[in-house]
Design a protein around this ligand. Structure first.
Ligand SMILES: Cc1ncc(COP(=O)(O)O)c(C=O)c1O
Length: 421
């Protein structure tokens, strides 16, 4: 391995994500970022096509975000949220409540997407317990879904991708259904709810795009069906907008495209525009009200140490300023248009089975990727940072990416996929 000393030394001690450590390629030593560019230790630059797992929606090192974080760092980096309030967190809660549809008004802060989903699951289950309804402890989740890597969230991921069999016996069992995309699957879900409603607390779904499950798109009708079925059977609806939230699908939140309001929504990733770890679980008034009681056991028993971290919340407020000031909607529409035009030719390349675009998400799906490491290396050799996974090569760039930068990314994908890997 050739690289800076810290890489060689540290690689003996670090455990990488989703990696078979015996065969994994060493990670690239990133030393700085600017805009849409990642600079490596040897001075080479990569155009980032995926914005660090879809988070850096305004590009890296945005001066407004940097100023907000440094200002907060000088003033008060963090105080515990138990018994102490901080202005950035309370301001952010009010702003999120104002932005979100309907009466999604009560914000619970955490520090990662998985934990935000766990909190949503706890809220849903305890909602019923507090109302005297025992036994409603299961969720309905969907094939192709992804909600995190912790024990509780793995149990509501796609059974194969979520590694249910690997952890058999360790994960709680929930209902995993097909998304109601047609009459048959809608009837099946309706029947499941009829039969098992007494054990079900909530339905959980990623709206419009099942991200880590393979960037699978569905129509807003599916969300309307889910809202209708949740209402018909009296179960809660949780929308996990950790991937889709903050403009990625073309609307600020994906649920707006369906005109529905979930009972609970989870947010993270682009919440701080990729600068700091922060997540939020936001509940509607009727969910929150179920926790108001003389009984101390009816409180939501959760409170991460770094909950509502002042720097992370200042960072999120700065990102929301940029959304308010900026023309993100036009930028996303422009990215969608350019990706449609420039990725479409991939349809004729070997092994490509689909090309699809929604908002600032562009996907080239293959029937197989034989040598993932070779594919990744070939993309890097083109000067781009694109991380294929499963059978897909995808782009989720920063919204302020320039047309030439995006052009370089799409050209790299066309070039690399022209030679089967
Ligand atoms: C829809 C969705 N939910 C939950 C998560 C988990 O978030 P985190 O990795 O921050 O725990 C992710 C992460 O990719 C996600 O895309």
């Amino acid at each position: 391995m050739h690289g800076p000393q810290w890489l060689e030394r540290g690689m003996k001690h670090v455990w990488l994500p989703y990696a078979q450590m015996q065969t994994a390629l060493p990670p690239l030593p990133a030393v700085s970022t600017q805009g849409r560019t990642i600079t490596l230790a040897d001075g080479s630059e990569l155009i980032d096509g995926i914005a660090s797992w879809w988070t850096a929606c305004h590009g890296y090192n945005h001066p407004h975000i940097r100023a907000a974080v440094s200002d907060q760092l000088g003033r008060m980096p963090h105080v515990m949220f138990g018994g102490l309030a901080n202005a950035p967190a309370l301001t952010l809660a009010s702003r999120l409540a104002a932005m979100l549809p309907g009466d999604l008004e009560r914000v619970f802060f955490t520090d990662s997407g998985s934990v935000a989903v766990e909190v949503a699951m706890k809220m849903a289950i305890q909602y019923w317990l507090n109302r005297g309804r025992t036994g409603r402890t299961k969720l309905v989740a969907f094939r192709g879904g992804y909600h995190g890597d912790t024990m509780a969230t793995m149990a509501v991921c796609d059974p194969e991708e979520g590694m249910h069999s690997l952890y058999q016996g360790a994960l709680p069992e929930h209902f995993i259904a097909d998304l109601p995309v047609d009459a048959r699957s809608t009837r099946a879900l309706d029947a499941l709810l009829t039969q098992s409603v007494d054990s079900i607390a909530a339905i959980i779904v990623e709206p419009l795009v099942q991200g880590a499950g393979g960037m699978l798109f569905h129509s807003p009708d599916v969300l309307r069906t889910l809202r209708m079925l949740a209402d018909r059977h009296g179960v809660l609806l949780i929308l996990d907008e950790i991937f889709t939230g903050f403009g990625r699908t073309g609307s600020m939140f994906a649920c707006e495209q369906a005109g529905i309001v979930p009972d609970i929504i989870t947010l993270s990733k682009a919440l701080t525009a990729g600068t700091m770890a922060l997540a939020a679980t936001v509940a509607r008034t009727h969910v929150f009200d179920a926790f108001l009681s003389d009984n101390p056991m009816h409180a939501l028993m959760h409170g991460p140490t770094f909950m509502a971290n002042a720097m992370a919340c200042a960072c999120a407020n700065a990102s929301l300023d940029l959304f308010e000031r900026g023309d993100w909607q036009d930028q996303v529409a422009r990215i969608a248009q350019q990706m449609r035009t420039e990725l479409e030719p991939c349809r004729n390349l070997p092994h490509v089975v689909d090309v699809r675009v929604m908002g600032a998400i562009g996907v080239v799906e293959l029937d197989r990727i034989r040598d993932m490491n070779a594919l990744k290396a070939a993309l890097i050799a083109q000067g781009v940072w694109v991380r294929p996974f499963r059978h897909i090569v995808y782009l989720t760039p920063a919204f302020n990416i320039t047309a030439p930068e995006l052009g370089k990314l799409t050209a790299a994908i066309r070039t690399v996929l022209a030679h089967p890997v």
